[in-house]
Write a protein that binds this ligand. Structure first.
Ligand SMILES: CC(C)(COP(=O)(O)OP(=O)(O)OC[C@H]1O[C@@H](n2cnc3c(N)ncnc32)[C@H](O)[C@@H]1OP(=O)(O)O)[C@@H](O)C(=O)NCCC(=O)NCCS
Length: 146
């Protein structure tokens, strides 16, 4: 996953990266609710090798959480640290995720952006993603019952 024409490396995101990717996501605008360690562990166990991070000289540059439910793929928390933006890190990580999903025969990948995250919307459109206007999302918060 290393290319001679770029100085950063990609590698699959694992539980060992929990703290540093959480720090990146926490410090990045536009991130929705983050996972606990338990939730991230469950997600990575169900979706091995789909999520990715980029690093350079041991420094985390970016990360994406990616997985699928057997039918559709999903990407969450696409983030590149502010100083590393504009170097192709985001696109390279997205390409990796799509490639992994393609190998798993997943035919569509969906992601969610906050309504007011205009730069992110432009980024996804630039990468060929289409904004959907035909869907409204509903959610139900499942409370713990003892
Ligand atoms: C969105 C983000 C991940 C992009 O990462 P990046 O590494 O800077 O992007 P890249 O350098 O890989 O850019 C890839 C292409 O998208 C274009 N692009 C990047 N940001 C763009 C924007 N806001 N609007 C339009 N095009 C954009 C680049 O010009 C580049 O074009 P090219 O490959 O045709 O030359 C990064 O800006 C970020 O972390 N933003 C904050 C977090 C966020 O909002 N994430 C999305 C949550 S859904």
């Amino acid at each position: 996953m290393n290319s001679p024409d770029r100085s950063y490396q990609l590698r699959p995101l694992t539980m060992d990266d929990f703290q540093q990717v959480t720090n990146l996501w926490r410090s990045t605008d536009g991130m929705s609710q983050l996972e606990s360690a338990e939730e991230l562990g469950r997600f990575l166990t169900r979706n091995p090798d789909c999520s990715i991070l980029a690093e350079e000289n041991g420094q985390l540059l970016g990360a994406i959480l990616c997985g699928h439910d057997g039918r559709r793929g999903y990407m969450y928390h696409a983030a590149v640290s502010a100083l590393a933006r504009g170097r192709g890190v985001g696109r390279t990580m997205v390409d990796y995720c799509i490639g992994q999903l393609r190998d798993l025969k997943i035919q569509r990948v969906t992601l969610f952006t906050l309504d007011d995250n205009c730069p992110a919307k432009e980024f996804w459109k630039h990468l060929g993603f289409r904004q959907r206007h035909d869907i409204t999302q509903f959610a139900f918060d499942i409370k713990e019952f003892s």
